[in-house]
Write a protein that binds this ligand. Sequence first.
Ligand SMILES: [Zn+2]
Length: 212
Amino acid sequence: MLYIESFTFNAFQENTYLIYNDKKECWIVDPGMYDNNETKHLVEFIDQKQLQPKAIINTHTHLDHIFGVDALKTRYSIPFLVHEKDLPVLNGAAGSAMLFGFDFKNIPQPDDFLSETQPLQLGTDEVTILFTPGHSPGSVSFYYGPGNWVIGGDVLFSGSIGRTDLPGGNFDTLIYSIRTQLFSLPDETVVHSGHGPATTIAHEKKYNPFLQ
Ligand SMILES: [Zn+2]
């Protein structure tokens, strides 16, 4: 069984997630810790639970989702995995950091790529990778059926959708991703988003103004 824990970090109120199993192996999803205090907060949780980080897996590579990657790679010597199609976004991160006035020099490079054709294994548990571009060209979502949840990054929010005006974004692609990849999941699936509270597929089908 996989368990999920959420944290909110940085000026963008970004949600970082920890996924862990019964053997205490864990993944960090979208580490957004901006400073030492935020990193300490996450590390303390990992220490308290005696978790062993195995990898950093990202839904996409916008600044607010990668601020904390370097600190974790340095501390735990674990690989950083993203979808290959998000490389242009990652390579533009230094530029966007300057534009937004953030002090962010250690832009991480991926150690390997995530693919929608290859599920991820944490011990004996398996997470499906859904290819959900539109907010960024290589956005993915992590779906865990036995736990009834999906981590969707900035694809779908409670009552809203991800912005599509950043480089590589596309509104029609985003709507298509949500309808085909997320709305095909069971209605009771809990959606853990990159910002804001969790929601469910059923709730968003019924009430999300962008998807009526
Ligand atoms: Zn984003």
